[in-house]
Design a protein around this ligand. Structure first.
Ligand code: KG4
Ligand code: ZN
Length: 357
């Protein structure tokens, strides 16, 4: 095992430039630079600004990660990079940089699905993921409930996805209407601390008896929160109450469905990952409900929930150790890649065990 190479992971799909170094499932060091402040006055990520910021941050971030790990460039034995999904221009910068490094160092290159990175992030903090586990991915662009077997070898089963907005998108958009700063998720979380979650009865979309048990929908909730804010305008908007009630509705729906999936599939571990996994109420309600259902809950530490390079290195490390085929040097980005496998190029042979539906 000790001869497995140090994997450098590069992340540049949105507004964070991340570099991380992982070997044998162990995080050796990582660094992140964010262009978030440059987007704040536009109220959302501006793709061209994000791409330019990645160009500026790429080298410094790689060097900071190496410094933190106490390693040199020549210690890198493989490079993994997010090839999708994400903003095309932003992805291009990371992929071009990663190709340059892999070529110059003469080491293999691996193309990684960004969301598989979010899943693998938890393994860096809490050890290998059990097979199988249910994974709830909640980020700014995605909300999915997955059945994950061997992340490096097996296809990923989607139990349910959002039909419209992602949970993070709902937080970000409602925060704007509430007059809270960008990014909206953390701002809602902070504002909710002083609010009463039962002050407003926001809907719990797709939780009826006849609804798809694992599909999500957040656009109706977003509209309900926006309408509530508009109706109260001029009467003194109780932002804290609105934020607390919205956060409660989102956390309720997410955790209710995730626990139900674990029960139905007889899975004893739930992993909650992605930017919204940083939400304090999502974390505490998941904790409560998993404890009550006898399910082990795993949530990565805050710094590994939002986008970073360590999580991409973690997938690269799993792929290397599974004997995956490296990506060709002309591998291209896939901005809207569906989450089917961790690697965005030929996968290693599936594990011997059959993949349950
Ligand atoms: O995973 P991520 O960093 O980027 C994507 O791949 O999308 O997730 C970003 C999302 C944003 O929507 C942000 O508002 C949300 O995660 N987020 C939060 C919190 N921290 C980040 N949402 C709610 N509460 C938080 N504390
Ligand atoms: Zn992400």
């Amino acid at each position: 095992m000790t001869d497995s190479p140090v994997v450098l992971g590069i992340e540049s799909s949105c507004d964070e430039t991340g570099a991380g170094l992982v070997r044998n499932g162990r995080l050796l060091g990582h660094a992140v630079a964010s262009s978030m402040d440059e987007h704040a006055r536009f109220g959302g990520v501006v793709p061209e600004i994000a791409a330019r910021a990645h160009v500026h941050s790429f080298n410094p971030v790689v060097h900071r990660a190496l410094e933190e790990a106490g390693l040199r460039m020549s210690d890198i034995g493989a490079v993994a990079v997010t090839t999708g999904p994400g903003l095309a221009g932003a992805l291009q910068v990371g992929v071009a940089g990663a190709k340059g490094l892999a070529y110059a160092l003469d080491v293999p290159l691996y193309g990684v699905h960004h969301l598989a990175g979010h899943v693998a992030a938890d393994a860096l903090a809490h050890g290998p993921l059990p097979d199988p586990c249910v994974v709830l991915i909640v980020s700014g662009g995605h909300t999915s409930l997955l059945l994950v077997r061997d992340l490096a070898r097996d296809p990923i089963t989607h139990l349910g996805d959002t039909l419209d907005d992602a949970a993070g998108e709902c937080f970000d958009k409602v925060a704007r209407v509430f007059g809270l700063p960008y990014p909206g998720g953390p701002a809602i979380d902070r504002a909710a601390r002083d609010g009463d979650p039962s002050a407003v009865a926001f809907p719990r979309p797709l939780t009826g008896a006849r609804d798809d048990p694992y599909a999500f929908s957040f656009s109706g909730l977003k509209t309900a929160a926006a309408r509530w804010a508009e109706q109260r305008r001029g009467t003194g908007l109780a932002v804290a109450d609105g934020a607390a009630a919205l956060q409660e509705a989102v956390a309720d729906v997410l955790t209710r469905k995730a626990v139900a999936a674990c029960r139905e599939y007889g899975v004893t571990t739930l992993v909650v990952v992605g930017g919204v996994a940083a939400n304090s109420r999502v974390r505490s309600l998941a904790d409560e409900r998993c404890a009550a259902a006898g399910i082990t809950l795993r949530v990565p530490p805050m710094g590994l929930c939002t986008d970073n390079g360590a999580m991409i290195a973690a997938v690269g490390d799993l792929l290397v150790r599974a004997g995956a085929e490296p990506a060709p040097l002309d591998v291209s980005i896939d901005p809207s890649a569906p989450l089917e496998r961790a690697a965005l190029h030929p996968a290693p042979r599936p594990s011997a065990r059959p993949v349950a539906a």
